[in-house]
Design a protein around this ligand. Structure first.
Ligand code: SF4
Length: 478
């Protein structure tokens, strides 16, 4: 705890979209002359920004909340605030579930955080600042730009909410209808992020490929769709990458692929959760509109954007999934050869169409299917890593140098870096050797891939004296 200006320490759980909300709250606190503590343990107030997507996320949030409350009871801080998806989703019972928490803040009330922090510091308790209707607001991150990403990269949240109604997903109920931020506002934010040292802008939302659909309906400054946004961002000066995360397969247009193939800064990378490949499963999941897109997805995307990196996510153990459905998914994944793939086992979520369905495969079957799919993907990744050997790419230096150990003797120091084919947090990293002293995180270097292990890659700098223009699509054999 501190004396003087009130300090707030963040625990930001969940996805990158939540991290952006934490940045919004942090910026609001700073603008209102409050202080950010270096760690939650050193703060006057602990603020936990929660995720409530599935059971595992709720368990993680509950553990963090109880830990913070114990810290408060031991005199370690003055108050605990819980924000984000968990209080938003469980508005009616959150205060009784966690009686030692001093304030709850919903996803539409992020800008009230300064007032609420002062109220709890003054001893007020039992504050529930959560709107009763569906969330509707869009928050503009603070200026100057704050980055909690922990490296020379940033997340640009282009929209909030979701208009799909996937049968397993609670997010539309928590976050409300899809609403896009304006291109000019996003451009201004991108500029400040680049000025602050970000060299990779990751475009995120619940469905980034739907960006702008509501702007068109509202007749706001056209054209405002994802290709238009990418073109506008691509025109910014400087060396940087742009990456599109969290797309919806049926929303990938030829125009989007054209922009991706021809732009200077946009990585040839798409993250498109397919969830399943079998048409019956997609129909049951209420994603029938993506049946055709999923079937043609890998071939179409690789034909339109040569060398594109594809990430996807699958859901196994959904109600009604038979061995035959699952085998269809295995065959599909084997043929598709995704570069990166994540798997979730079905979690029945209150308030969703799939909740309470009778024909849910037993948990151990779902876990076994998840493991089988991940094993298959591991083989795909091993093969792809071998075929990538010798490829020339550019790397974005993240941190370093680190000491790598090979056998008993430490080897040459390696930097942590990322390639255009690696998104933050989920796709592994690249260990780069041969970086000259004096290089800094945020610089680009030409590298040759020489191997790696598991999901991580190893590379050597090909020209240590030269930084390289950030044209992420470029890769060739050498
Ligand atoms: S697209 Fe489907 S899975 Fe993704 S946030 Fe929307 S409803 Fe949920």
């Amino acid at each position: 705890m501190t004396s003087g200006t009130l300090s707030i320490g963040f625990v930001s759980l969940g996805c990158a979209k939540n991290l952006v909300d934490s940045q919004v709250m942090a910026g609001t606190l700073l603008a209102e002359n409050l202080r950010l503590a270096p760690s939650p343990e050193e703060a006057d107030i602990i603020l936990i920004n929660t995720c409530a997507f599935i059971e595992d996320a709720r368990a993680e949030a509950a553990e963090a909340i109880l830990r913070a409350c114990r810290h408060k009871a031991a005199g370690g801080c003055r108050a605990v605030i819980v924000a984000g998806c968990l209080p938003q989703r469980y508005r009616d019972r959150i205060a009784t579930t966690f009686p030692d928490v001093d304030a709850f803040v919903g996803v539409d009330e992020l800008d009230r955080i300064g007032v609420i922090a002062r109220q709890v510091a003054a001893g007020q308790r039992g504050i529930v600042a959560i709107g009763t209707g569906a969330p509707q607001r869009l928050f503009r991150p603070p200026q100057p730009a704050l980055r909690f990403s922990g490296g020379p990269f940033a997340y640009l949240k282009v929209a909030e909410g979701c208009n799909h109604a996937c049968a397993f997903c609670a997010i539309p109920g928590i976050r409300g209808r899809y609403r896009s931020r304006r291109v000019d506002e996003l451009l201004a934010e991108a500029r400040t992020l680049l000025d602050s040292g970000a060299r990779e802008l990751n475009l995120i939302s619940q469905d980034t490929t739907s960006y702008g659909q509501d702007l068109r309906a509202d007749k706001i400054a056209a054209p405002s769709d994802l290709p238009a946004l990418l073109r506008a961002l691509d025109s910014l000066a400087g060396e940087f990458w742009i990456r599109v995360l969290y797309g919806y397969p049926a929303r990938v247009t030829d125009e989007l692929l054209d922009v991706m193939a021809s732009s200077r800064h946009v990585c040839a990378y798409l993250d498109l959760p397919i969830q399943h490949s079998h048409p019956e499963m997609l129909r049951a999941m209420r994603r029938a509109d993506s049946i055709r897109a999923v079937a043609e997805l890998p071939r179409r995307l690789r034909r339109s954007v040569p060398g594109i990196t594809l990430r996807t996510t699958c859901l196994v153990g959904f109600p009604g999934e038979t061995d035959a459905h699952f085998q269809h998914l295995l065959d599909y994944v084997e043929a598709a050869q995704f570069d990166h793939l994540g798997v979730f086992a079905f979690s029945p979520e209150e308030g969703t169409a799939a909740f309470g369905k009778a024909d849910v495969p037993p948990a151990e079957i779902a876990a076994e299917r998840r493991d089988r799919l991940l094993q298959l993907q591991r083989r795909v990744v091993d093969t792809r890593r071998r075929t990538l050997q010798g490829t020339l790419m550019q790397a974005l230096l993240l941190a370093g140098p680190e000491k790598m150990t090979g056998g008993s003797r430490p080897q040459a120091a390696a930097w942590l870096a990322r390639l255009p084919r690696q998104a933050p947090d989920v796709d592994g990293v690249t260990h780069v050797r041969g970086v000259l002293p004096g290089m800094r995180a945020g610089q680009f270097l030409p590298v040759r891939l020489v191997g790696g292990k598991g999901y991580d890659l190893a590379a050597e700098v090909t020209d240590p004296l030269r930084g390289q223009a950030a044209t992420p699509a470029a890769s060739r054999r050498g």
